[in-house]
Design a protein around this ligand. Structure first.
Ligand SMILES: Cc1cc2nc3c(=O)[nH]c(=O)nc-3n(C[C@H](O)[C@H](O)[C@H](O)COP(=O)(O)OP(=O)(O)OC[C@H]3O[C@@H](n4cnc5c(N)ncnc54)[C@H](O)[C@@H]3O)c2cc1C
Length: 496
């Protein structure tokens, strides 16, 4: 353990993606002592890989009400209007904060931030940096600040493996680093452990995205919800061993989706063609796949100098797969990308356990409903981490017993098989037989975070007998309007 390691702190933040980094700075600015633990390095997170950008309604022709309407429309009837309202209104202030913290947006010739368009957005409202390297640009700026702040203790390569506290409250976490299991006590614990895309064989996420925080919280009795809603991004490269993402921003700049014959197929599917919401494009590509028809992104009709200048990291990533992004048709297919569900929180990031907060992709505020609007997830990280820190520091301190230490290490899951089965049976298309078979297999596996989170996803998917947003049931292909109506954004005390 590093020298600065301590076992007691004001605020324990688990996870150093954008939600955790920003929360650390915000808590430190309030004078709190912060311990930030991450199981990898500060540079290993989904956040670091984020490409297209962050949405905020600041353009002259835009309005937060329009941003909210777009978010609710793609949320397919179950996004929580109150959470959406907070997201789009607080979001404008949080994007301004980022600029103050040193983030440099890409700018137009007049020096104004260049605002891009992505699927499901009715206006150009996506701030971006480094072309399509927005996550890394923001993270680097925040990491500089975090490392310079004496009130923040950063502990890398240390994993939270259990929560301290018993019953109704959380008093910190058990942290395992370099084979030493340490109880880190805190008056406020924030889980910012990200999503669970790495539970799927085909994913845009890094290997560490195994939903740890969701498993820890749920194991301690916190409520989780909307776990059936896993977003599958339509345009991950279908070549090479990994699902390299080609951002939706590329379609925002005019890229086409074409068949092997070079024919565009999206105009016949949706009035917004390639800029239809993500769930629509994914369903079209998935249906084509099942008919044996490949799909390609084509940028050949765009100015190659513009493509090179606007998307240098994507040109480079594709070149690594022997694909010339400007000239070649890029084979694409859906890949697991984002978890709309997670640890249930209220509008201040509070979970159903006192002292425990969650932000970013590990949390479910209800703002995304059944399908997340592009570039709303980075926004969510800042908006709800900010609210959580202030709510947590304003809450009365409480005493909770440590509770028993977790067993360590938790059994290692058979990840390659779990990922294959999750893709086949809880992937872009699901049905009862597949989900029941998957659950039976999971039931026979030793307890671990991946097994627990996979079980939460599969059982929620089995329970939802309809198709809605990112959740597509072969045996219930239609949306069931009787299941409509947002679940209010409140952290109830029951566990699902
Ligand atoms: C390729 C790609 C492109 C994307 N592009 C965009 C985009 O353009 N716009 C947008 O809005 N969204 C985008 N997203 C989604 C977005 O990046 C994520 O939703 C967001 O970054 C999540 O941030 P986070 O802080 O919640 O979690 P993460 O960034 O995933 O960070 C999680 C952190 O928790 C740590 N951790 C996990 N478990 C433990 C544990 N047990 N103990 C200690 N630490 C732990 C991890 O090491 C990591 O530091 C993209 C995602 C991907 C994969």
């Amino acid at each position: 353990m590093p020298e600065r390691w301590s076992h007691r702190t004001d605020v324990l933040i688990v996870g150093a993606g954008l939600a955790g980094l920003y929360a650390s700075l915000e808590a430190a600015a309030r004078g709190a002592r912060v311990t930030l633990v991450t199981k990898g390095s500060l540079q290993s997170s989904n956040s670091f890989m984020a490409q297209g950008g962050i949405a905020a309604a600041v353009a002259d022709d835009d309005d937060p009400a329009l941003h909210a309407a777009d978010t609710l429309a793609v949320g397919r009837g179950i996004a929580d209007p109150a959470a959406v309202e907070v997201l789009v209104r607080d979001g404008i202030r949080r994007v301004a904060d980022l600029e103050r913290l040193g983030v440099e947006w890409d700018r137009d010739e007049a020096g104004r931030p260049e605002l891009a368009r992505e699927g499901g957005h009715s206006r150009n409202r996506i701030f971006h940096a480094g072309g399509a390297a927005t996550g890394a640009a923001i993270a680097r700026a925040l990491i500089v600040r975090v490392l310079a702040d004496e009130r923040v203790r950063v502990v890398e390569h240390a994993a939270a493996i259990g929560l301290l506290g018993g019953g109704e409250a959380c008093a910190g976490a058990w942290v395992l680093g370099h084979d030493e299991l340490v109880p880190v006590r805190a008056r406020m614990t924030l889980l910012a452990t990200g999503g669970a895309g790495a539970l799927y064989a085909r994913t845009t996420n890094p290997a560490g995205a195994t939903g740890d925080g969701i498993a820890l919280a749920q194991r301690s009795g916190a409520r989780v919800r909307h776990m059936e809603f896993v977003q599958f991004h339509p345009t991950a490269v279908a070549a090479g061993g990994r699902a390299f993402l080609v951002s939706e921003a590329v379609r925002g700049e005019g890229a086409h989706l074409v068949s092997a014959d070079g024919e565009r197929f999206m105009p016949a599917e949706h009035p917004d063609a390639e800029l239809a919401p993500r769930d629509v494009v994914t369903r079209v590509l998935q249906a084509r796949l099942e008919r044996g028809e490949a799909s390609f992104l084509s940028l050949r009709h765009l100015d190659p100098d513009h493509v090179q200048g606007r998307f240098p990291s994507l040109v480079e990533g594709c070149a690594g797969l022997d694909i010339d992004l400007c000239r070649d048709p890029v084979p694409v297919a859906p890949a697991a990308h984002y978890l709309m569900g997670g640890i249930a929180t209220d509008l201040d990031g509070a979970t159903s356990l006192a002292g425990l907060y969650a932000s970013g992709e590990s949390a479910c505020t209800g703002a995304h409903g059944a399908n997340r609007l592009a570039s709303n997830s980075l926004l969510e990280c800042f908006v709800f981490a900010h609210r959580a820190v202030h709510a947590g520091l304003d809450a009365p301190t409480m005493d909770a017993p440590d509770g028993p230490a977790p067993e360590r290490p938790l059994a290692r899951a058979r990840l390659p098989e779990l990922r294959r089965r999750m893709w086949e049976d809880a992937g872009p298309v699901r049905d009862r037989d597949g989900l029941e078979g998957l659950l039976a297999w999971l039931d026979g596996q030793p307890e671990s975070n991946p097994v627990r989170v996979a079980t939460l996803i599969a059982s929620a998917a089995l329970e939802r007998r309809e198709s809605r947003g990112a959740h597509l049931r072969r045996d219930f292909p239609d949306l069931d309007p009787t299941l409509e109506g947002a679940e209010p954004c409140a952290a109830a005390s029951s566990t699902t």
